[in-house]
Design a protein around this ligand. Structure first.
Ligand code: NAP
Length: 256
């Protein structure tokens, strides 16, 4: 292995990945396993987590499920406890769980708005706070938040989601400034269109899909594995001097 290869390894490290039951979160768990990390997997559906754990095990690493809702502060505490119990360490937090919703603002209920902000933004805060206790004590750790191109580019009828993801970006920057002196790296991925359950609202409508695709210079949507390199980069020593940055992985949709 070359010194450059070593920079991108996380052998023997332990990660917490939220929203790891399917979609991007499952791909993050597998990518980090291929780079050498064990993981604690969080989502509400235990059967989905079991399948992700199976895929991680197939890569020769361990994964344990902590089923629960990221908006419940006790779940973040359980996830950190599980990492310390099972692996005796915690090195990486991937704040990936998200919720999406569309509709005119006058039809958006307070409950829907709160749910979107709670899952995307408050969930990320709760997990960062819980993991941060370990990271600060050991003076190391990596936080990878997952925002969206819609945290930077506005979209009509997606106000709660856009506002929540813009919040995730500012959470990243602010927390990065706070924790960089403690040796903790905090950065963010802003995906464009990826084919997952969450984006089925786009893929189920040929008109909507055509409209979104017309704004992607590369002319392709992303598959979850297209983010493998990005999450490993931000979770590994390769990104040590990167502080509070947002990596746009979107086929170019944010540059036009
Ligand atoms: N797909 C895209 O095009 C796209 C684009 C930009 C950004 N993103 C962001 O990327 C992240 C992953 O999205 P995805 O497309 O992979 O979504 P997805 O396919 O819908 O998967 C979401 C995952 O999060 C979990 N989850 C949802 N709400 C949760 C909650 N309250 N507590 C715990 N887990 C929860 C889900 O499991 P349970 O339902 O079992 O809890 C599932 O495992 C999200 O933050 C999303 O906003 C996605």
């Amino acid at each position: 292995m070359t010194k450059t290869d070593e920079l991108f390894r996380v052998d023997g490290q332990a990660a917490i990945i939220t929203g790891a039951g399917r979609g991007l979160g499952r791909a993050f768990a597998v990518a980090l396993a291929r780079a050498g990390a064990d993981s604690i997997l969080v989502a509400r559906r235990a059967d989905d987590l079991a399948e992700t754990a199976r895929l991680v095990a197939a890569e020769g690493r361990k994964a344990y499920a902590v089923p629960g809702d990221v908006t419940d502060p006790s779940i973040a505490a359980h996830a950190v406890e599980a990492a310390m119990r099972e692996f005796d360490r915690l090195d990486i937090l991937v704040n990936n769980a998200g919720a999406y919703g569309m509709g005119p603002i006058e039809d958006t209920s307070l409950e829907d708005w709160r749910r979107i902000v709670d899952v995307n933004l408050i969930g990320s805060f709760l997990f960062a706070k819980a993991a941060g206790k370990v990271f600060k004590t050991q003076k190391s750790g990596k936080v990878v938040n997952v925002a969206s191109v819609l945290g930077i580019k506005a979209a009509a009828e997606a106000t709660a989601y856009c506002a929540a993801k813009a919040g995730v970006i500012m959470l990243t920057r602010s927390l990065a400034a706070e924790w960089a002196p403690h040796g903790i790296g905090v950065n963010c991925i802003a995906p464009g269109l990826f084919k997952t359950d969450m984006s089925s609202v786009v893929f189920d409508s040929p008109e909507f899909l055509e409209q979104v695709m017309s704004g992607i210079p590369r002319g392709k949507w992303g598959e979850p594995d297209d983010l493998a390199g990005t999450v490993v980069y931000l979770a590994s020593a390769a990104s040590d001097h990167m502080v509070g940055q947002v990596l746009h992985v979107d086929g170019g949709s944010s540059v036009v």
